[in-house]
Design a protein around this ligand. Structure first.
Ligand code: DSN
Length: 425
């Protein structure tokens, strides 16, 4: 078969785009080369419905070993008693939790998408809002911090079956103990979706959700720097609280219900090449090098936030505890859609993002979300944050000045030469 020149040329162009630009999308990162190599391997050919030792097809003895190693490594990272590494994404992980714990129409309580939450936490546009009765809490207008009083009031009044904590655009740590306390009052489960800050949590740099949340889900590709995918974990397995039954009518433990929800409840064959890559990334996460990386992520985020504040930018909650920040651009009088598009022209990538109490549509928005996991993987240190913010500021101060945008693009290109990406490719 002839090599597909069209697609491989485009893959080459994408590599150049990634190499030349400053990547500030908070949910993106650069995997190691061995993680990418594992993804492009022959387990992609294998069907393996089921779980290690209990598959529906023959020939699974090798992929059984791969999946078992992935599970064991993930459990070690988070001191978890049980883990499922098969969800194709974070959305699938969350869907599996709802399938395991809820009936259609049951109430769920999550952070409103417009306040930094995630689509799968009850948005009306998503399965979570269509199949379940979604209720929301927000953040406080004055502080930008989660409004725990509102969460508690809604929880006590509405008695949701699950309270979800976690966000896509929230820069502060969570009070998991407080959420668990109200959940215990009303007999709800707490699910933490740690897709964004998982790497920082893995290294003890943020509060530990496992101490208080019954179920924890995550993606593997954000701060965890693995392949794209999802996982579900339990620090302690437990008897399901509502006598939920498996399809055969047996009452099962939560781990058994979650396994059944992933397969056959929601997915068919697992992506064994991705599970192999997850296993490789989990071993990397266990290393001391990854601890150093996560500490640098947190320090870079704080240095970047301080630099934005110094230049007159309004940060929601005035700063960050984790890897990202949300910036309200209304005082800069710039359309955020235009901000994103103009920064793109200068090879600086980030996303426009709604800010709490936004008066603009989600297609325009009043804010931008900025994250440092990817540039930290490139090797940037706190001293580099001034340079990066300087580039962003120059573009945002001259969105109609093509000469200035071209000048920044050239400077970004030469700056990024100091931070090689995949030199072996
Ligand atoms: N798309 C992810 C993010 O950017 O946060 C969430 O799914």
């Amino acid at each position: 078969m002839q090599k597909d020149g069209v697609i491989f040329d485009l893959i080459g162009k994408e590599l150049q785009r990634q190499r030349n630009g400053i990547e500030l999308i908070a949910s993106e990162n650069f995997t190691s080369q061995q993680v990418m190599e594992a993804m492009g391997t022959c387990p992609t050919n294998k069907y393996a419905e089921g779980y290690p030792g209990k598959r529906y097809y023959g020939g699974c003895e090798v992929v059984d070993e791969i999946e078992t190693i992935a599970i064991d490594r993930l459990k070690k990272i988070f001191r978890a008693q049980w883990a499922n590494v098969q969800p194709h994404s974070g959305a699938q992980a969350n869907m599996a939790v709802f399938i395991a714990c809820l009936k259609p129409g049951d109430k769920i309580l999550g952070l409103d998408l417009s306040m930094g939450g995630h689509l799968t936490h009850g948005s009306p546009a998503n399965f979570s809002g269509k199949n379940y009765h979604a209720l929301f809490y927000g953040v406080k207008k004055e502080t930008g911090l989660v409004d725990y009083e509102q969460l508690e009031t809604v929880a006590r009044t509405e008695k949701p079956k699950i309270i979800i904590c976690g966000a896509s655009a929230y820069s502060r740590d969570w009070d998991y103990a407080r959420i668990r306390a109200v959940a215990d009052e009303i007999g709800a489960l707490v699910m933490a979706d740690i897709a964004h800050p998982a790497g920082l949590i893995a290294k003890g740099l943020l509060n530990d959700p496992f101490d208080h949340c019954h179920i924890v889900t995550s993606t593997t590709h954000k701060t965890l720097r693995g392949p794209r995918g999802g996982v579900i974990m339990l620090r302690h397995d437990f008897d399901n609280p509502w006598g939920l039954k498996d399809p055969k009518g047996n009452i099962r433990s939560m781990s058994a219900l979650l396994d059944l929800a992933v397969f056959p409840g929601m997915q068919g064959g697992p992506l064994m090449h991705v599970i192999a890559a997850k296993a490789v990334s989990f071993e990397e996460i266990l290393s001391e090098e990854f601890t150093v990386y996560q500490k640098q992520v947190q320090q870079n985020a704080q240095a970047m936030a301080a630099e934005f504040v110094k230049r007159g930018y309004n940060l929601i909650s005035n700063g960050t505890d984790n890897h990202l920040m949300l910036i309200d651009l209304r005082n800069k009088n710039i359309s955020c859609k235009k901000a994103q598009e103009t920064l793109d022209k200068a090879h600086i990538t980030l996303n426009k993002n709604a800010v709490p109490f936004d008066d603009k549509s989600p297609f325009v928005t009043s804010g931008i979300r900025v994250g440092v996991p990817a540039i930290t993987t490139r090797g940037m240190q706190t001293g580099d944050m001034e340079t990066v913010v300087g580039f962003v500021d120059r573009v945002l101060s001259a969105t109609d000045n093509e000469n200035e945008i071209a000048a920044v693009k050239a400077e970004v290109g030469s700056f990024m030469q100091s931070f090689p990406l995949y030199p072996g490719l």
